[in-house]
Ligand binder design. Structure first.
Ligand SMILES: *[C@@H]1O[C@H](CO)[C@@H](O)[C@H](O)[C@H]1NC(C)=O
Ligand SMILES: *[C@@H]1O[C@H](CO)[C@@H](O)[C@H](O)[C@H]1NC(C)=O
Length: 456
């Protein structure tokens, strides 16, 4: 709570501190913004989303083509650019990780953007439900970087976290999701990635990673934890029969290797996405999955910053199911803990002593799906166990909220270009808006069905 108050205090102070012009990287607009709306010379006020416009250096303002250079104020750390062989371009890591659980002793940095979405949502509600809804803004949620144009916000958040640390003395961790592979979502009915392999995808991705690494390097006092590329490696384990996935295999591996190496070099603690129990937890998938993750760990330089794996991202599985959901029938690993306990020894055999983080943001209510593979805005879901390092399992560093609860998984509009049939299934809440946009009714259900309940 104190943390949230300090955030509010900071947000309240900003308009007072800014004069007529906002400085580079500062906020310059968005719903509820009352500060300066013009930017210092050499920068341009650029809308990132309805709640947030930011003064970007003129050279970094995204045009219709993806930017090919890092922002001028972010010092590039890479000395020998290459587009063919990331293993040769890895900077030698100067950072050394602290031993043990990277979350211990740290508080979470709260995403101001998610807080603004939640506040706007709570303002549409009444009574105790509105109070509970508002307090969701105090619960830490990962920040997704699913477009290169969003990366400049990372500098803003890191600067904010650094300032909060200085004023409170409490160390903060900024949780991010790295999610911008070329030909992303290779097995999805409607992929929504911005980069394609055909159109310079690998180089664009490396530029995206370079910008993240440059931002992190500017704030060495702030700890960053990253989940690396949801669904991508899991697709390479089970979905190579899909033409888009087999065509993307080499590029995915090259790009993820690049991300692991560059982010390890600036001290980011990383968890590669490992699907969930209903995907890689099937006995036949465990061993090929362990092999691939261990291979990526080695390709990433076996860095201790490659802490382990993330499971259940944006999914609905229980960490520990009271009884198996009938849809899990046939899989002895019917919850995330069983999956992790089965996978970890196989990883260890391959030299990868992986630790885990497990998403529980929307896992509060179980037995609500018709098929285990259903993932789109599943009806009746409630917020689950709140983030904690008290996980009851020494393999699990933290229970986390990765999916910003209330943001839609995809549209149910069958005429939309990005329509995926999963969002039209009978267990998907409808009508639903486009992926990533706010879904008020869904958020209200997550709050009312939360288990444990959200404190008012
Ligand atoms: C991807 O793999 C999962 C798990 O085996 C499977 O359920 C799904 O149908 C596959 N997707 C496609 C498009 O084949
Ligand atoms: C569904 O998508 C189509 C195509 O983009 C659009 O014209 C239509 O207005 C959308 N319908 C709804 C209800 O949003």
């Amino acid at each position: 709570m104190a943390k949230f108050q300090s955030l509010l205090a900071l947000l309240a102070l900003v308009p007072v501190l800014v004069r007529a012009q906002q400085t580079v990287w500062g906020q310059c607009g968005g719903i509820g913004w009352t500060g300066a709306t013009t930017c210092a010379s050499g920068s341009v006020c650029t809308e990132q989303n309805a709640y947030y416009s930011q003064c970007l250096p003129s050279s970094a303002v995204p045009s219709s083509a993806p930017p090919t250079t890092a922002p001028t104020t972010a010092p590039p750390t890479k000395t020998s650019p290459t587009t063919t062989s990331p293993t040769n371009s890895a900077p030698s890591s100067t950072a050394t990780p602290a031993p043990g659980n990277p979350f211990t002793g740290f508080e979470w940095y709260l995403s101001p953007y998610y807080a603004s979405e939640v506040s706007a949502a709570a303002a549409q509600m009444t009574g105790s439900a509105a109070q509970q809804a508002a307090s969701v803004a105090n619960i830490p949620t990962f920040i997704w970087f699913d477009q290169v144009a969003k990366v400049p916000q990372l500098s803003t958040y890191l600067a904010d976290a650094s300032a909060q640390q200085t004023s409170t003395g409490q160390k903060l961790i900024v949780p991010i999701v790295v999610y911008d592979l070329p030909d992303r979502d290779c097995a999805a009915a409607a992929s929504n990635g911005e980069f394609t392999i055909q159109d310079n995808g690998q180089a664009n991705y490396e530029n995206y990673i370079d910008q993240i690494a440059a931002a992190v390097a500017q704030y060495p006092d702030v700890r960053v934890v990253a989940i690396i590329e949801p669904d991508s490696l899991a697709n390479l384990v089970t979905n190579l029969s899909v033409a888009e996935c087999s065509a993307a295999e080499t590029t995915y591996k090259t790009c993820i290797t690049y991300a692991l190496q560059q982010l390890a070099a600036v001290g980011v603690y990383m968890y590669m996405d490992a699907g969930h129990a209903g995907w890689l937890g099937w006995p036949a998938n465990l061993s090929p999955a362990a092999e691939l993750f261990a291979q990526m760990y080695v390709a990433g330089g076996s860095s201790p910053f490659i802490r382990g794996l993330a499971t259940n991202v944006a999914n609905y599985n229980a960490l520990v199911a009271a009884t198996p959901d009938p849809i899990t029938q046939g899989n002895p690993n019917y919850d995330e803990q069983l999956y992790i306990n089965a996978l970890a020894p196989m990883l260890q055999q391959q030299g990868f002593s992986a630790q885990f983080v497990v998403e529980q943001a929307r896992s509060g209510v179980q037995n609500i799906r018709q098929q285990w593979g259903d993932w789109c805005n599943v009806k009746g879901a409630g917020f689950g166990t709140q983030p904690t390092t008290n996980t009851g399992n020494s393999l699990i560093d933290a229970i986390v909220w990765v999916k910003p609860g209330g943001e839609s998984d995809g549209t149910s509009n069958t005429s939309a270009a990005r329509y995926d049939y999963h969002c039209g299934l009978s267990d998907a809440d409808q009508p639903s808006p486009e992926a990533g946009t706010w879904f008020q009714e869904y958020f209200q259900t997550l709050v009312s069905q939360a288990n444990p309940p959200i404190p008012a």
